[in-house]
Ligand binder design. Structure first.
Ligand SMILES: C[S@@+](CC[C@H](N)C(=O)[O-])C[C@H]1O[C@@H](n2cnc3c(N)ncnc32)[C@H](O)[C@@H]1O
Length: 262
């Protein structure tokens, strides 16, 4: 079973996963930034899109996964787009930032609210900070997984990996964090309705995200766990007569801008 992130599994749903990034960036008003950072950049395709929007910027993607960074290498452009290994729990910029973005990564960092405060202080005058996190921890995908992880069969091995409803905040919580960091802020949520195709499509989706650490931990028993989870998912997300399955997916967004006279 995989022990690291899988760029291939993740990219199966590239269109659905990139749309919130586009929606996030639509609210980042930087015009000609010099220093742009993408935290938890994954396989780098979205990071590279930042360089197309701001061709004069030096764009850096930061991620802790060797597999993701290795896939990201194809998007590197000398002097313009680079990728570095870093852990968001401790990562600090080495100078003022004009744009700091993070798409679908901070939910993996329990201390991200504190980190956002630190990163806000590192913005250049007029700099922008924007992030998006999945806000679906109460959805059946996560609730069913949490129940299975904490159930009698598996709790001693993966009980601690049950998705937590405290992993992310509501928009109002992030608005507070950004405003108390001195930024002019906005926050909002959107529920996307993904239309997935194929059998066990929702299982395929979560394999690239929240299920990954659980399967990695279980090793040879992963298939047994996964088939129990798949059965529960089929009930919660029935396949429609045309073969598609609907997956409502709530996401939470926050964007802030530093004052121009800091
Ligand atoms: C769901 S992917 C999102 C990738 C990319 N931002 C995108 O939208 O396509 C989450 C990424 O966060 C990274 N990640 C998770 N925890 C991290 C940490 N503590 N430090 C750095 N990266 C982390 C993972 O390696 C993974 O590439």
């Amino acid at each position: 079973m995989p022990t690291d992130w899988s760029p291939v599994q993740y990219l199966r749903f590239a269109d659905e996963r990139s749309r919130p990034f586009v929606d996030l960036l639509a609210h980042v008003g930087a015009v000609d930034p010099a220093v742009v950072v993408d935290l938890g950049c994954g396989e780098g395709e979205l990071t590279a899109s930042l360089s197309r929007r701001w061709p004069r910027a030096r764009v850096t993607g930061v991620d802790s996964s060797p597999a993701m960074l290795s896939a990201a290498r194809v998007h590197a452009v000398p002097g313009r787009v680079s990728f570095v290994r870093g852990d968001l729990r401790t990562w600090e910029p080495d100078g003022p930032l004009d744009v700091l973005v993070s798409n679908a990564a901070l939910q993996w960092v329990p201390e991200h609210r504190r980190r956002v405060v630190t990163w806000s202080a590192a913005l250049a005058p007029g700099g922008w900070l924007g992030f998006q996190v999945p806000g679906n921890h109460a959805a059946p995908t996560h609730a069913l997984l949490a129940a299975l992880c904490r159930g009698p069969r598996w709790s001693d091995r993966v009980g601690d990996l049950a998705p937590s409803t405290a992993a992310v905040d509501d928009p109002a919580g992030y608005l507070d964090v950004l405003e108390s960091s001195g930024l002019r802020a906005q926050a909002w949520e959107t529920t996307y309705l993904h239309v997935l195709s194929g059998a066990d499509a929702v299982l395929g989706w979560v394999r690239g995200s929240v299920l990954r650490p659980v399967l990695a931990r279980l090793g040879d028993d992963a298939a047994t766990f996964e088939s129990a989870y798949a059965a529960a998912l089929r009930e919660a997300y029935p396949q429609r007569v045309d073969g598609t399955t609907l997956l409502p997916f709530r996401r939470v967004f926050a964007v802030g801008q530093a004052g121009t006279s800091r």
